[in-house]
Every structure is written in C-alpha cells, then in structure tokens.
Design a protein around this ligand. Sequence first.
Ligand SMILES: *Cc1c(COP(=O)(O)O)cnc(C)c1O
Length: 384
Amino acid sequence: MTMLPYGRQSVTDDDVAAVVAALRSDWLTTGPQVEAFETDLSRWTGGTGCAAVSNGTAALHVAYAAAGVGPGDEVVVPPMTFVATASSAVALGATVVFADVEEETFTLDPAAAEAATTPRTKVVAAVDYAGHPADYDALRAALAGSDALLLADAAHSIGATYRGRPVGSLADLTTFSFFPTKNLTTAEGGAVAAGDPELLKRARRFRNIGLVRERDELRWPDEGGWHQEVHEFGLNYRLPDVLCALGRSQLRRLGDFLAARARLVARYDEALADLDGVLIPGRRSWAAPAWHLYPVRVLDGRRREVYDRMRAAGIGVQVNYIPAHWHPAFAELGYRRGSCPVAESFYQEQLSLPLFPTLTDADQDRVIDAFRAALRGVPVRPAA
Ligand SMILES: *Cc1c(COP(=O)(O)O)cnc(C)c1O
C-alpha cells in the first residue's frame, strides 16, 4: 500500500531542464543563478533583499547571527513550530524564552511576546504557522521601547500577505525554507530577507564563512589581490547554482502552487466545517494565508485514534508540531510542560491533512471520506 503523503513537491520538465542547464554551465555553486534567484525571490518579498542559503534551519542560524545573537542574549520563540526556530538560537549560545500562541491562528501572541521580552531580548521570532501570517503590527507595538529585532520564520508562508503587505517585508528579518514539502522547493534550501542593507550584508557574510573581500573594509588592503579576511566567524551555508536554478524555475509556478493550495483548502473547509468533533483552521480577516498545512483539531481526546485510523487507511496525516520546549534537549535545560498552555492543548488535538498542489480532487475526496469514517469510529478500508 502506498501512503498518500501529507505534502510533496511538484517537479516538471521545465524544472529538470533548468537544473540540467545549470549542471552544464561553468558554475555549480555561487555563479549567476544565485543572484538571479535572490532577485526573483525579492519580487515576492515586496522588494526586500534576499540571501539564498542551504536550508531553512541555516536561514534561521544566519538571521540570528546577523542580528548579533550570542551568549547572554535571549530570543523569544513560540513553541508551536518546527524545533529549528528555537534550536538555531541555542546554537549561537542564546537562551530561548518560549512565549505562547494565540487561539485560532496559533501564531505568536503579542501579549505573551511582550511579557517575555526583557532588556536582554535580542530577537522576537514569530512563526507564520501553516502559512497564516502572525499579527505583525501588534507584535511591533508589543516591542515598542525594546531594542529587540522582529524575525518572521516564514518557512510556511512565502506568498502570503498581511494587511495587503507581503511576507518578507513585515519583520526586520524573514527566513524561508525550500524543503520539498514547503510551498516551493530547491530540494534543500532557504533564504533570509532583510530590509536593512547592513543586516543583509551581515547575513551574506555569515553564510560565506564570514569572509570579507571589500577592499575598503580590509584590515590589510595591500596584502595582495588574493587577500580576504575573516572579521567575524561564519559558516558555509551557500546554496549552489544548480539548486538556485531549480528555485527560479519553481518560483515561476509559485502563484499557481498557492492557487492550487487555496482551492484545496476551500474544498476541505466546505467538506469539514459542519463535522462534529472537528475544528477547521481559523483565519483572520487581515490575512491572505499561503496555506502550507491544513491543520484541523480533533476534539474529545481522539486525535491519536484518528491519526492511527487514517494511517491504516493509507492517508499520510501528520502532526505539526510537538511543542518545541517538550523536546528532551529543552526538557534537560529545565523547560517545563505547562508553560505554554494554548500551544500545548492545540498540540493534543492537531492533525495535518494532506495538502499539496498536485493532490487530485479524487484523492482529496478519499481523505475526506476516510476522515469522516475515522471520526465515526468505523474501520477504513485501505485504497487498492
Ligand atoms: C521546515 C521548517 C524550518 C526548517 O527548514 P529546513 O529547510 O527543513 O531546515 C524552520 N521552521 C519552520 C517553521 C519549518 O516548517
């Protein structure tokens, strides 16, 4: 039995041709495709400059490093996210402070973020959970009087808008992931967007081992033509030309991907809105989400049972996410369950139904039928 996945990429002959052309070019990495991909990406971020990096976790690491996050600093993070939003700040020696999420959208609660912010807070990171933007104006207001930078983990939400403004232009730093299940893919890949040219420059340097090549910034400019210097340590988080070529080809279809996702979300909403024991994802009037997940809530303590029944029926449902502070690595640092009750009770009920641009109506109907049957408690026959 093949499992219908909860998410998957869409790769066409055009994508393949773009990759092959890059492979046959003079550049495999850090050639013309990188800058071209960054330029194409910035059309989706309202013109905000972008730096391509090797994955979404690297994007977070780069963004936190660009913000100057280090030992003694605090980073505020919501627990309803993939663990990398938090763990990449730990990797820089910072202390993560978890702040709870809002009901309905399960994005960072501005009041909780404000309460969690101290004079040591360097970054407040919001996550556009499932593709629904966080409440950025309210988060800005919550940070008034603080020096903390606002970061958007937009791994789910490229292409979404908030009060008509595109994701990528809403926070000081925005991070993207191009993992295969995300809204577009470069196999592995990610990007950082930053409006402040100094922040973007710091991001680019950290991505490239910290190397400084600009003559007017060199400590020893007359060393010779080969000379480059490291002033602050970085890592190699470059995204190869080959993958940037794939990203450019994928970006041409991002509008279509998002439209396909929106259409499938509307079909799920229609089919599930009146179902007892289930809540469909909430949304705010000011958001135009770029739905990456379709996260329903299975009530009455039945999530585990419904998950198992769906899996047995060959439907690859997923749970996104275990609250980040529940991971043993955080538990061992002293983080306790119960500190973020909204995120924690949401987790107990959360189930992601399959959602990807090439999901057929017939397969989606099969998901809906299996879900209804699972809720009724009747066995679901696996598809042939
Ligand atoms: C996928 C994801 C990441 C990490 O991206 P990778 O490309 O897998 O490293 C970070 N944050 C969130 C919210 C994600 O969904």
